[in-house]
Design a protein around this ligand. Sequence first.
Ligand SMILES: NC(=O)c1ccc[n+]([C@@H]2O[C@H](COP(=O)([O-])OP(=O)(O)OC[C@H]3O[C@@H](n4cnc5c(N)ncnc54)[C@H](O)[C@@H]3O)[C@@H](O)[C@H]2O)c1
Length: 261
Amino acid sequence: MSIDLSDKTAIVTGAASGIGLAVAEQLARSGAAVRMLDIREDLLGIECQKITAAGGKATWQKVDIGDVNEVESVCEEAINDLNGVDILVNNAGLQHVSPLGEFDVGMWDKLTDIMLRGPFILTKNILPQMAERSWGRVVNIASIHSVVASKFKSAYISAKHGLIGLTKTAALEAAESGVTVNAISPAYVRTALVEKQIESQAKLHGLSSEDVLKKIMLEPMPQKELIEPEEIGEVVLFLCSDAARHINGHNLVIDGGWTIT
Ligand SMILES: NC(=O)c1ccc[n+]([C@@H]2O[C@H](COP(=O)([O-])OP(=O)(O)OC[C@H]3O[C@@H](n4cnc5c(N)ncnc54)[C@H](O)[C@@H]3O)[C@@H](O)[C@H]2O)c1
């Protein structure tokens, strides 16, 4: 998508790989100055350097999105360094697969801290200065699991359902300020997170990786194909465009027909 974001600044969390990296690359290609945040310092530097080598404006900072103090100070630094933040993409996430009766409480806290409390802390710190500048875009990367459930993913599904509640509430509070807040909910995207799930589901069900993909993961998806990370980046760009200025509080489901069956 051709959209000019050369006067905009952006924060993308979980930007070292997968969907977050594709989003950061596409925002930078559209001219935005992007601050890439992730816990994976090793990957961040390398990926950020690739973007700047291609002519993009990108910087990076290591942060644990599950740590409230770290997130707050990173927000403050980004606002100062970038002279205000126009676009916030809450994307960092992880999966843990376990039957409910055996689900580790520490893992529950970790997943919900990173995928629900983290976006709340970022939005709380970034949204008010967007409103002051009368323009802003918050895009929350939720999941098909924000609208449907699957077995063994209780923390992930609870966090993603909660993220839609946060999206709607923030959208309402921002509605008169020129800021929109939306969510994107993809089915399975070809990233490291999905590769890990294929491995753990294969162990859990005693199946081959190929069978897990075909018979379990893509079974409810009529189009039966993994989505590419760049496709999600394109939708983020659209939501950042002026054409999308009245799309607010929406959960944009990209599911290959999963929810029409
Ligand atoms: N891949 C899919 O099929 C799929 C589908 C729907 C939604 N999603 C969502 O998309 C988002 C990105 O997932 P992905 O598939 O690109 O996975 P990924 O594993 O490739 O990327 C996730 C990134 O988040 C980072 N991260 C994890 N914990 C962090 C923390 N505490 N602090 C900072 N960064 C942290 C990781 O280091 C990684 O770079 C997640 O929120 C995920 O739930 C993915």
